[in-house]
Every structure is written in C-alpha cells, then in structure tokens.
Design a protein around this ligand. Structure first.
Ligand SMILES: [Zn+2]
Length: 60
C-alpha cells in the first residue's frame, strides 16, 4: 500500500493521508482531496507536482 500525507507535502494543518494500491490510485485520491478540501484546481496536480511530492510517498 502506498500512502501520502498532506502534512508531508506542506499542508501542515491537514490530517488527511491518501492511500492507494497503485501510484495512479494514490494520485487520483490525493488530487480529489486537494481539490475538494484545499480548493486547488485539478490542473495544479501537474507532472511537476507529482515529481516533487513523489519523494514523500510511503510504502506500507
Ligand atoms: Zn489535505
């Protein structure tokens, strides 16, 4: 299982942790959450964003 916590990517006040079996699923859940809760446009989940934040993905 892959997981990525909001606080690890700089959203310190959020307890949300996205999880997924695949990286694709992880990004899908993460981008839905970010769009809904943090109000960021989906277009902001760019390849650069993923490249930068991929380092924070945890494998459990
Ligand atoms: Zn969040």
């Amino acid at each position: 299982m892959l997981s990525l916590a909001c606080r690890d990517i700089g959203l310190a006040d959020c307890e949300f942790v996205a999880t997924g079996i695949t990286e694709e699923e992880l990004w899908k859940k993460g981008s839905e959450h970010i769009l809904k809760i943090h109000g960021t446009e989906d277009a902001d989940i760019t390849p650069q964003f993923k490249q930068k934040d991929r380092q924070y993905i945890k494998f459990t």
